[in-house]
Design a protein around this ligand. Sequence first.
Ligand SMILES: Nc1nc2c(ncn2[C@@H]2O[C@H](COP(=O)(O)OP(=O)(O)OP(=O)(O)O)[C@@H](O)[C@H]2O)c(=O)[nH]1
Length: 495
Amino acid sequence: MVLAQLGGSISRALQQMSNATIIDEKVLNECLNEITRALLQADVQFNLVRDMQTNIKKIVNLDDLAAGHNKRKIIQQAIFNELCKMLDPGKPSFTPKKGKASVVMFVGLQGSGKTTTCTKYAYYHQKKGWRPALVCADTFRAGAFDQLKQNATKAKIPFYGSYTESDPMKIAVEGVETFKKENCDLIIVDTSGRHKQEAALFEEMRQVSEATKPDLVIFVMDSSIGQAAFDQARAFKQSVSVGAVIVTKMDGHAKGGGSLSAVAATKSPVIFIGTGEHMDEFEVFDVKPFVSRLLGMGDWSGFMDKIHEVVPMDQQPELLQKLSEGNFTLRIMYEQFQNILKMGPISQVFSMLPGFSAELMPKGREKESSTKIKRYMTMMDSMTNEELDSMNPKLMNESRIMRIARGSGRHVREVTEMLEEYKRLAKVWSKMKGLKIPKKGEMSALSRNMNAQHMSKVLPPQMLKQIGGMGGLQSLMKQMGSTKDMMGMFGGGDK
Ligand SMILES: Nc1nc2c(ncn2[C@@H]2O[C@H](COP(=O)(O)OP(=O)(O)OP(=O)(O)O)[C@@H](O)[C@H]2O)c(=O)[nH]1
């Protein structure tokens, strides 16, 4: 999970400060020292950290703050702003447009995660309705084409490459042409890496770039190099026109913060971060929501984005309509489970919720809950349509339960447990009966003006359960104030 350790240390420091009865210079210094330590441990450059500390002290003049002022909020806001400043390159990246063919070339050192990231990037866009395609122009590493082919096949993304051709330019040009003819709108070219920056690597990159004329060159970098990212990013930028950066392996390295700030210092926008080996362990990188998550304040826009991503826009009102009528069937539960599994790692989604830290959801537990969901779904696969769509609790008699257990190869006890879970969820959802539901196309308005009721309607039941049901959600939202306030406080708005 994204910098869970750094985020945890910073939010703990803020929490400790909030627990103090009076916030004076000593308390502020302690909090800042704690944050400084955490940032230095994450390999953020000393000068950046020192400047941050000085700036915060300049902004937060405790003596000047009149009584009644919310000192905590002001300090928190100052820390938020300074962290954003540290990570903001001050320059947006070129963004390809859906439906218009764009060529995106990936460059980076060998082992940085380039090939994996190409597929993640393609998969991310495919889920959003793009038509991506992958071209393997890495003729340097034996096995690179096989790796790309394997990843692409798994994600059902068209690919192009050759086992015999040794000229990367030829493959790149042929691949790009082929996919342009096939009306793909995102043609991704994976290039060779080398063990270190060297003339041959840069020359090959330059030639492939000249031949394919990419709309965007993305530099992929491993976060474990920390602040050394500054020199690496600069060297690549000087050789090809790097338009954006993706930082990988943010899950495993304490130096992630250092690499992000170092890249920002080269004025290159980081657009995504890799947070694991799996295809969906890939997150949009946006400075404000990222820092907000780091401080344990959530990221509602990212969270809603996730929901919109997994529940197709046109199905949302339909689903809500059914729920508002109180029709929570086993089929709806099944569909919701499918959505949860599509959402990707639960902990990733969790860290977007205010007050929740990625640390709260250890990886093991996450696996456990998705295994359980899959088990429930297997049992539901053995049900008849009548059973899935029924609202009659008496329908599930003993002989039906035994048939389902036999059909799915599970114990009767497990089927009963799944049905109990269904009843519990149905009870939660029955409370939503009669709620006014948004009409088609009103979902974005909904995300702008969310309250607990609204939120609960779009939350998958499993997640609602994790939050502690409707009661938990209400108190969570109370804790953070309204969404509007929060976005205002962080200088954000609609995205
Ligand atoms: N934990 C973690 N591992 C990652 C991430 N991204 C990539 N990897 C792993 O890093 C290793 C190297 O990734 P590759 O995609 O093969 O690297 P590459 O840069 O394409 O290498 P070349 O093709 O030789 O240039 C693989 O084992 C990936 O699974 C990430 O975000 N997190």
